[in-house]
Design a protein around this ligand. Structure first.
Ligand code: DOR
Ligand code: ZN
Length: 451
């Protein structure tokens, strides 16, 4: 990918530097969602023109031959760790990783320190996102004060704040009290919000270290049974149906959960769900070596679960891919299995891993449209981010990412933009490389580097 000026600009032609960028970009020969090559002009923050041989004197010319354009990716589930654990990640470092991964918006989870359970904290995170400028940051508000599961947080004040919070979650913990969950679902209806549940019945997972099954029995580690997730999803789907509110299920990890969500959708209830990239490709057999990089919550499951998750993502039972990007400092991760914190980096590898998981499962020409819907369209709609996830057509915001479908890369924790290194894919060859990302016409990544 090269960027130069289209002849006719006062500045003359030649390689453009960031300082000389005009704000108009002509993407030459790009493939929209894998379709045939075309030119796309980005101007004044919007897609101004699409066609063959678009002429735009003075625009920055991006040689996009062979690149695929997708609407900017949207993550419903990112842990940015600021405020409180800036040693593990900051809003700046996490959103750099996001932009490099092709994301133009991320939802920042509420389990920070202090917890994002007031208008003050969500506004702080939102402002830090604006200052960093790498992508839009939509703060998630906590459902309960301090994630303690006792009292509802100020959901209305967070919704009315400058951060305009629409997604509420105690992620990391389950809202296990059914009455509190019912109240939260009722409350968010007033502002078209959604409760994103970390589905884990806490009594069934006390002391758990990994998926409950053959592997946990073999290794002698306390198991986290599938039913602990499935019981909460079934309960919450019934509650959402009962009160007519929106439920979103975080990081679905079991075949049984997919079945329950399929059933809930068949009832017409407003239930949506996400799957992480790691649950689409990794299994509990990896725990064998006791490397805590594979410790995550919910835990890695079995090959049969992976298969059901892929099928659910393909048929739309699972609406979207969400990273659950969970950076952890070295001392919290490079320790013995039982003491290590659960969580994996995900932002820079998500698109490649999802591509890998779904490649061959749908027709070749349906793969990019599927990934665009599951990683941009659907999460934007669920989070009510109206300027994201839009079809790439004239008049839409120029919020998109350019991907080289033929460029493989090797993952290295140290080379990722995150402050942490806990990637489970270190040393793996992954397909597809993000070359550029544009947010409302402004490049946040060019030539694979943060602008
Ligand atoms: O693995 C996880 N890490 N799962 C969660 O639910 C929380 C997250 C974190 O905050 O580290
Ligand atoms: Zn979670």
């Amino acid at each position: 990918m090269t960027v130069s000026s289209v002849p006719g600009s006062g500045a003359g032609s030649g390689a453009a530097t960031v300082a000389t960028l005009s704000g108009r970009f002509l993407l030459r020969g790009v493939s929209l969602l894998g379709g045939s090559a075309t030119d796309v002009l980005l101007e004044a923050g919007r897609i101004a023109e699409i066609g063959t041989r678009v002429d735009a004197p003075g625009a920055e010319l991006v040689d996009a031959a062979g690149l695929v354009a997708l609407p900017g990716l949207v993550d419903l589930h990112t842990h940015l760790r600021e405020p409180g654990r800036e040693d593990a990640e900051t809003v700046d470092s996490g959103t750099r990783a996001a932009a490099l991964g092709g994301f133009t918006a991320v939802h920042a989870m509420a389990n920070t320190d202090p917890v994002a359970d007031t208008a003050g904290v969500v506004e702080q995170v939102w402002r830090l996102g604006r200052e960093a400028g790498h992508c839009d940051v939509a703060p998630v508000g906590a459902v309960t004060v301090g994630l303690a599961g006792q009292r509802l947080a100020e959901l209305g004040a967070m919704a009315d704040s400058a951060a305009r919070v629409r997604v509420f979650s105690d992620d990391g913990k389950c809202v296990s009290d059914p009455l509190l969950m019912r109240r939260a679902l009722e409350y968010v209806k007033a502002f078209d919000g959604v409760v994103a549940q970390h589905a884990e019945e806490p009594r069934l997972t006390e002391g758990s270290q990994m998926n409950e099954g053959v592997e946990s029995a073999r290794l002698g580690l306390t198991g986290w049974p599938a039913v602990a997730e499935e019981a909460i999803i079934a309960r919450d789907a019934l509650l959402a149906g009962h009160v007519g509110s929106r439920l979103h299920v975080c990081h679905v990890s079991t075949a049984g959960s997919v079945e329950i969500i399929r059933w809930a959708k068949s009832k017409g209830w407003a239930v949506t769900a996400e799957v992480t990239p790691h649950h689409l490709v990794l299994t509990d057999e990896l725990v064998d070596g006791y490397d805590p990089v594979f410790k995550v919550n919910p835990p890695l499951r079995t090959a049969a679960d992976v298969e059901a998750l892929r099928a659910g993502l393909a048929d739309g039972t699972i609406d979207c891919v969400a990273t659950d990007h969970a950076p952890h400092a070295l001392e919290d991760k490079e320790t013995e299995w039982a003491a290590a914190r659960p969580g994996m980096l995900g932002l820079q590898t998500a698109l490649s891993v999802a591509f890998d998981a779904m490649h061959g499962r749908v027709a070749d020409d349906a793969l990019w449209p599927l990934l665009a819907e599951r990683m941009s369209g659907a999460p934007a709609r669920i989070g009510r981010l109206h300027d994201h996830g839009r079809a790439l057509e004239v008049g839409a915001p120029a919020t998109l990412t350019l991907v080289d479908p033929a460029a493989k890369w090797t993952v290295s924790g140290a080379a990722l933009a995150s402050r942490s290194r806990n990637t489970p894919y270190a040393g793996r060859r992954l397909p597809v490389t993000v070359r550029a990302t544009f947010l409302r016409g402004r490049p946040t990544v060019l030539d694979g580097a943060v602008v």
